[in-house]
Every structure is written in structure tokens, then in C-alpha cells.
Design a binder for this molecule. Structure first.
Ligand SMILES: [Zn+2]
Length: 506
């Protein structure tokens, strides 16, 4: 028997197909070949093949579970991973029982054999277009999680009068192979997941136009040892082959943290920059959300550059963002909820290359400000220089003028941050000059002690710098505005921390 499975151009099914290839590759009873656009399968001995495949599926089934030990009783029990959209029956002696027949060990062989007894027929598969006689299982979230919101996804072949149709759940026309490929994708051990108990889980699907590239990338994820698939809430290891996992605060921080581990530990150069992220809520009704994330090659280049050449740090998430905290002046302590929100925001806007939104995360807010150690500050400055400053093509020394003016704004804003907010809100170059003039007017009224710590000529230097920048690029001042906001926020926090009684943070 010779079968061909073609690329779907659908993130769930293509990852499923790649996972299926890795399952088949180790079987003796078949030959399998992967190309950019398809998998070719030659079954040499069908009876033996069904036996081997069944055994392999039951081994892969282990990836659906985590083992937890009750600390008090010492009792060991299995738990279904939180991000799976697979229904569970009542546990038997602490063991998970799935409703899905394929994952019932006593029934797996029967289902596999049914699937490979497929005959040609009159029904056309909604996902692959194959003509077949009878379904094994209908289309539903468990085998195809996009099922309820398919209209928003590309690569769907269900059109009528030129419009994409939204697929009803339990759609009949799903061929047995697509069922198998889709349902097995939950066992994929090359995917990153992150669960926030009681809230939601994220599952990250890499996307490539070539199956071979997808396979190369996912093999690197596995062989580099950075994923721990026996952990329940996060599977990014702190160090390869250790059991500790990263406790990232959200979706984008997880992705950034993954990139850092991948760049450090994987030998292959191929790296995913397109992702489809499934957001799977807790609770019985799984109305999943889907995010498409496209990380520019330039941003991946910065992560790699900092890793290879960083002087003050090598990891942007781990050494900078995860070390920034929000201090609540009301609570006189770290506000962890806001802290996690800020760490996630910084990761997100860095990955999306949105500097404006990134600087916003660092502004002081009502009742507090973002603070960090001087090591973290130096690392942040290095990141800004690599990420923003280098591409402006202005010598690094000129950055000092921006920093100095940032320091002036911070000192003037000490008791009232309105000037800092005003700088952040500047929309036109005229408004920008006007705020700079306002700063100039306020300098003479500053405290004697503060005056000693600033460089008043910096303002003139900055004005000359911006004039030069604007001549080459009329929107170039915006970058300077964003840099001023970052440095002002940074000095604002340093100033506040200096005033804190000893024994405070840092
Ligand atoms: Zn199909």
C-alpha cells in the first residue's frame, strides 16, 4: 500500500502531519519519505504496520499526561495536560481515561486498523480533498481545534460563492487519515505550552511553508533538550535536561524565553518566525482564541546578537525583562500583578518591534513606578542601543545628550510627573520643540543639589542632534521622543529608589 499525504497549509494539520512523520519514521513495517510538500508512505506489511503503529501511538499517548505525587499521601496519579481539548472519563485507579477511542489502550488497534482499511468512495474530505467511503470520526475540536472559528483562518478550502464558510462542528466529511493526523497532534512533543491555572493555556504552533523546514525546526526543539514534556504548567526548561521550568508571565514572554533557549542550545540555524498560538480557556466550554504572531527576522537577529555579543547581558527576557518590577508606593512593596503585566508587555512590544508601546510600559503609573537594579539598567541600555540606536546611524556618544535630558526630565518630574507624560504624548515635531522649551524654562528653578547633577548644555546638544536627524528623516524625532521617555522613566525610578530607606529593593 502506498499513500501520499499532502501539505495542508494549515498550522494545526501541518504540525500534525510532521508529527505523524516522526511517528512513522521509526517503524520497520513501512518506508516513509518527507518532502517540502508531502509525506509518502509505503506500507510493506499491513498487519505488522498496524501493530507497530498502535504500539507507537500508545507510547506517544504518554505526552498527554503528567504524573503528580500527592505530597501527603505519597499517592501517584495521572493528570491530563490542561491545554488538551480531549474529553476525559472518570479516572480509574488514578489513571486518566480518555473518551476518545484511539486513546483507549484496549481500542487503539481496532481504530488504527479501521483507518487503514479506508476505501475510495463518494465523500470528499473537507481538509485534504481525498475521496473516501466512510468516516471514522466527525470533524470536531478534539481533532481540529480551529473548527468553531475557522472563518478567520487562511488555508481553508471550504468555499461557496467565493466566501469562506465557517465549518460547523461535527462536520461529516472528515477522512480517517485527517482524523488520525489531527487527533495525534496533541501528542506532539516539539511544541511549547504554558498554562495559567484557572485561567487559560497557550499552545504555540510554529508555521513554515515547507514541511521539511518545519521538521528540521521541530527536531532541533527536541534534540536541544530545552523542552520538558513531563511538566504540567510550562515546558521550557531553565537549563537543557534539568527538570526546572521557566515561570513566564504570559504569551509573548513565553515565546521570547523560548527563543533565548533555542538560540543558546539548538545547533540548527532554522528558526520559526511565524506562529499560530492557541489560547485554550479553562472550564468545560472551550471557545479557543487564535493569535497569529509574526516575529521579524531583524528582531530574531537582535536576540542572537545580544546572546553572542552582549557586554552587559546575553538574554533579553531572562536578564532584563524578568528582572524589572513594579513598586507600589501605596503598598510600599512590589505589586506582582502589575509586575507580570509589565514584563509581558515589554516582551510583547519587543517581539513586535513596537518601540513606542515598549516605552509606554516603563512610564511611572498611578501609585508607583518600574524599578530595577543598576545591572539591569545597563543591560536595558545595551538593548536599546542595539535595537534602536544602531539603526538610526547616529554615533553612540550622541546618546549621552538624550540620556542627560532624560535625567533632567526625571528630576523635574520628581514630585509631578506631568512633564514626562507630556513628552510621551507629543504627536508633532512642533509639540516636541514646545516641550523642550518648557524643559529649558524649568531648569533655572531646579534645586541646587539637582543642578549639580545635570548637564544643562545637554538640551542644546539634543536640539542640534534632532535638527540633524530631522533633515535626513522628517519623522526621526519620534525615535528621540521615545528614547527620552525611556531614559526619563529610568532616571525617575533611580531617583525614587535613592530616596528609599535602606533595606529597600536592590
Ligand atoms: Zn482528509
Amino acid at each position: 500500500m502506498i499513500l501520499e499525504f499532502r501539505i495542508y497549509k494549515d498550522p494545526w494539520m501541518d504540525n500534525g502531519l510532521e508529527n505523524f512523520f516522526r511517528i512513522l519514521r521509526n517503524l520497520n513495517s513501512c518506508n516513509v519519505e518527507l518532502t517540502d510538500t508531502s509525506i509518502k508512505l509505503e506500507v510493506k506489511n499491513k498487519e505488522e504496520f498496524i501493530k507497530e503503529l498502535t504500539k507507537r501511538i500508545l507510547e506517544k499517548r504518554q505526552n498527554l499526561l503528567v504524573i503528580e505525587k500527592n505530597e501527603k499521601t505519597g499517592e501517584i496519579r495521572e493528570i491530563k495536560k490542561d491545554h488538551l481539548i480531549l474529553q476525559e472519563e472518570k479516572k480509574i485507579c488514578g489513571k486518566v481515561a480518555f473518551k476518545e477511542d484511539l486513546y483507549k489502550p484496549e481500542k487503539t488497534a481496532e481504530i488504527v486498523s479501521k483507518i487503514f482499511n479506508l476505501k475510495e468512495g463518494k465523500v470528499r474530505c473537507i481538509l485534504c480533498g481525498r475521496a473516501f467511503d466512510r468516516t471514522v470520526k466527525k470533524l470536531q475540536q478534539a481533532n481540529y481545534p480551529f473548527v468553531t472559528k475557522i472563518a478567520s483562518l487562511s488555508g481553508v478550502r471550504s468555499y461557496k460563492d467565493g466566501r469562506v464558510l465557517s465549518l460547523r462542528e461535527y462536520y461529516d466529511n472528515l477522512c480517517p487519515f485527517c482524523y488520525l493526523i489531527g487527533i495525534l497532534e496533541w501528542t506532539d512533543d516539539a511544541l511549547v505550552y504554558r498554562t495559567f491555572p484557572g485561567d487559560r493555556s497557550f499552545l504555540f504552533l510554529p508555521y513554515f511553508a515547507s514541511l521539511r523546514e518545519l521538521n528540521d525546526f521541530k527536531k532541533s526543539c527536541i534534540y536541544s533538550g530545552i523542552l520538558n514534556n513531563t511538566a504540567r504548567y510550562s515546558n521550557i526548561r531553565v537549563y537543557p535536561n534539568s527538570n526546572d521550568v521557566e515561570n513566564t508571565p504570559g504569551e509573548y514572554s513565553t515565546l521570547l524565553c523560548f527563543y533565548e533557549k533555542f538560540i543558546k542550545n539548538a545547533t540548527d540555524d532554522i528558526i520559526a518566525n511565524e506562529w499560530v498560538v492557541l489560547q485554550i480557556p479553562f472550564g468545560a466550554v472551550k471557545n479557543i482564541k487564535v493569535d497569529s504572531i509574526n516575529v521579524e527576522k531583524g528582531i530574531l537577529g537582535i536576540i542572537r546578537y545580544i546572546y553572542e555579543n552582549g557586554e552587559n547581558c546575553n538574554f533579553i527576557y531572562k536578564e532584563i525583562f524578568s528582572k524589572m518590577y513594579f513598586y507600589s508606593e501605596n503598598k510600599k512593596n512590589v505589586d506582582w500583578e502589575t509586575t507580570r503585566e509589565i514584563q509581558e508587555g515589554l516582551s510583547k512590544f519587543f517581539l513586535l518591534d513596537n518601540f513606542r508601546a515598549f516605552t509606554n510600559c516603563l512610564l511611572p503609573r498611578k501609585g508607583g513606578y518600574v524599578f530595577f537594579s543598576s545591572e539591569t539598567r545597563q543591560a536595558l541600555e545595551e538593548l536599546i542601543s542595539v535595537w534602536r540606536w544602531r539603526k538610526m546611524g547616529v554615533p553612540k556618544e550622541k546618546l549621552d545628550a538624550i540620556k542627560s535630558v532624560g535625567n533632567i526630565i526625571a528630576k523635574i518630574s520628581r514630585n509631578n510627573a506631568s512633564l514626562l507624560y507630556k513628552m510621551d504624548k507629543v504627536r508633532t515635531v512642533e509639540e516636541f520643540w514646545s516641550v523642550l522649551r518648557e524643559i529649558a524654562r524649568k531648569i533655572p528653578g531646579m534645586d541646587e543639589k539637582d543642578l549639580k547633577m545635570i548637564k544643562p548644555t545637554a538640551l542644546d546638544e539634543l536640539i542640534q542632534l534632532v535638527k540633524g536627524i530631522v533633515e535626513n528623516n522628517k519623522d526621526g524625532w519620534k525615535e528621540v521622543r521615545d528614547l527620552l521617555v525611556i531614559y526619563s522613566s529610568m532616571y525617575y525610578a533611580i531617583d525614587k529608589m535613592d530616596k528609599m530607606p535602606k533595606g529597600g529593593e536592590n
